[in-house]
Design a protein around this ligand. Structure first.
Ligand SMILES: Cc1cc2nc3c(=O)[nH]c(=O)nc-3n(C[C@H](O)[C@H](O)[C@H](O)COP(=O)(O)OP(=O)(O)OC[C@H]3O[C@@H](n4cnc5c(N)ncnc54)[C@H](O)[C@@H]3O)c2cc1C
Length: 573
């Protein structure tokens, strides 16, 4: 079947939904999602969304901008951080008016709490900047925006997977999709396509991300020749539930939670004397690793404790109830009485598809690809630099999702209907036939586990030339083995084994891009910590990495960082 929309949005998380709401009413829009829309990972966001409202204590957008730049270890493009911080209060009130039930202060204003790396007076002390709805902020935002989308009659396509992004002569022609329920393949023609497909934490063994976070949009753009930016910057969140990776939001520390080592010490006092447990995530994850490495993990093992016991049952029930219930369900522990075992978990991808401040996708020559846009975690707008601050992602989604929507509507007047490619579904049919007809005996689950183990062992919080180089050749061997993958389920309906094979191909490509970019950057900055190059090196490395797929292998090149107000300084907290 061939379908047609002026604008097609791939991804119904908060970035895709916010963009769709902007387009609806001005142009015909379709919204595609491989999971049921409200199951998108945005719904799992816990802690909150940042904005310098100053509802609890004095705050300013300039402090927010500064924190974003410093948090990103000065790799953040400062013009982008300025747009974010300035637009944040408007974005929050807009969400409020749409119906998001934020927590309230005693006098009825939107309540705010402290979060890692958010400070007052350019780093003097933590500030309450995160707006929240208990510890289910993403859930209420998703439900509200989805409700608005239904109200506006936006056409949604649930459980349809994009398997190919078709670009012809520098213009997007549309996407080829696979219908989970029937196995049918459709082509959706569009004048503008927005990729809002989220992150790819599933490259790692331990992650806070959803099963669907396999980076399909990022990989398909990469395969179509679009370079990827700053892929080496992978955020590890300090407090994943030990062994599982399920997230315990930074809100837990925002509300006063404390990290402790085997000696019971509040060890963050040594690493971030000013803001302690509210340091940025890269720093705390490194600190945890150092504590463990130096033998102060709990009982000598590879985790530390998160102590919430002093917060009291009432506060835990009011502000951290979901987290407390995860701890109960997964560990059988009570946050009011027990210490919670935690270890860093892969959480967020700073890198992705390079875009302008209006979401236009940029090619290797930094030129706009006609008709192609991206927003949200799949994009790299250079806002989060080398390390994202907590609560800045939800804000990024609604601020830049909206801007991409506005831009698409504005551009439609000048984008003609693309020429319909001949048999656009053919490459996807071939891809599927190859997987279903495979006889090599390699198993998807096995290869995926190997990839996740390689990435976790050699390209997580600390990295080193030797192990990165080894990881790169190991991934190449897995890619080779993928050619011998054997999908046993031959059925058409709900063939999840087939889709998992396809997702694995994407993860392998993205894993390679992460490791190759990490190997190339010979310094330590933000979340990229090289044991063999422990210092930040602004002279040689204050620049963005770009990696582009070639017929054989890839090439790596760079582009400058935009610095407007804040000159790079050593980063202390
Ligand atoms: C557990 C957790 C807690 C978090 N808490 C916070 C927080 O408190 N504050 C904060 O600021 N940030 C938080 N983050 C980060 C933030 O939630 C994410 O970065 C953000 O939600 C990503 O949104 P998105 O719209 O880009 O993508 P997602 O919400 O991940 O949505 C991706 C969409 O793309 C669709 N899709 C993907 N591939 C395909 C395909 N091939 N075909 C069709 N559709 C496809 C999916 O179906 C889905 O609809 C958290 C993240 C996690 C994992």
């Amino acid at each position: 079947m061939i379908l047609k929309h002026d604008v097609l949005i791939v991804g119904a998380g908060l970035a895709g939904l916010r963009a769709a709401l902007e387009v609806a009413g001005s142009a015909d829009v379709g919204l595609l999602s491989k999971v049921y829309p409200t199951r998108s990972h945005s719904g799992a966001a816990q802690g909150g969304i940042a904005a310098a409202l100053g509802n609890e204590e004095p705050d300013s957008w300039e402090w927010h901008m500064f924190d974003t730049v410093k948090g990103g270890d000065y790799l953040t493009d400062q013009n982008v951080a300025e747009i974010l911080a300035l637009d944040a209060p408007r974005a929050i009130y807009e969400l409020e008016h749409m119906g998001v039930p934020f927590n309230r202060t005693e006098d009825g204003r939107i309540a705010q709490r402290a979060f890692g790396g958010h400070t007052r007076d350019f780093g003097a002390a933590p500030v309450k900047r995160a707006c929240y709805a208990a510890d289910r902020s993403g859930r209420v935002m998703m439900d509200t925006l989805y409700f608005q989308a239904v109200k506006k009659g936006i056409r949604t396509y649930p459980e349809l997977h994009m398997l190919d992004l078709v670009i012809r002569d520098g213009q997007v022609a549309g996407v080829t999709v696979y219908e989970l329920a029937t196995g049918e393949i459709h082509f959706i023609q569009a004048r503008a396509v927005l990729l809002a497909t989220g992150g790819f934490g599933k490259v790692y063994k331990t992650t806070s991300n959803a099963f669907a976070s396999t980076g399909d949009g990022v990989y398909l753009a990469y395969r179509a020749g679009i370079p990827l930016e700053d892929m080496e910057f992978v955020q590890f969140h300090p407090t994943g539930i030990y062994g599982l990776g399920v997230l315990i939001s930074e809100a837990a520390r925002g509300e006063g939670g404390i990290l402790r080592n085997d000696l019971g010490e509040r060890f963050m006092e040594r690493y971030a004397p000013t803001i302690k447990d509210l340091g940025p995530r890269d720093m705390i994850s490194r600190a945890i690793h150092v504590e463990i490495h130096e033998g102060r993990g709990i009982g000598g093992r590879d985790y530390v404790h998160l102590d919430l016991t002093h917060l009291g049952e009432k506060r835990l029930a009011e502000k951290l109830s979901d987290i407390s219930s995860f701890v109960k369900i997964y560990l059988g522990l009570d946050t009011a009485k027990d210490l919670v075992p935690v270890q860093p978990t892969c959480h967020y991808m700073m890198g992705g598809i390079p875009v302008s401040v209006d979401g236009e996708v940029l090619d290797a020559d930094h030129r706009v690809v006609r008709g192609l846009y991206a927003a949200g975690e799949c994009s790299c707008i250079s806002l989060h630099g080398a390390n994202r601050l907590g609560c800045n992602s939800l804000l990024d989604l609604v601020v830049f999702g909206r801007r991409a929507g506005l831009k698409m509507v504005a551009d439609l007047g000048t984008i003609p209907w693309p020429v319909m490619p001949k048999s656009p579904e053919e490459p996807v049919r071939e891809r599927i036939a190859r997987l279903k007809g495979g006889r090599g005996g390699e198993k998807v689950a096995h290869l995926r586990r190997e990839l996740q183990e390689i990435m976790t062992a050699h390209c997580s919080v600390f990295r080193h030339e030797e192990t990165l180089a080894g990881a790169l050749s190991d991934i190449a061997a897995l890619q080779d083995a993928f050619g011998r993958v054997n999908v046993e389920s031959q059925g058409e309906r709900f063939n999840t084994e087939l889709l998992e094979a396809i997702e694995l191909e994407h993860l392998l490509g993205l894993g390679e891009a992460i490791v190759a970019s990490a190997l190339a950057r010979k310094e330590s900055r933000g979340a990229h910590s090289r044991e063999d190059f422990p210092a930040r090196d602004d002279e040689s490395w204050l620049k963005h990495t770009l990696i582009q797929k070639q017929d054989k292998g890839y090439r790596i090149f760079h582009k400058p960082v935009t610095i407007t107000r804040f000159q790079p300084k050593p980063r202390a907290y």
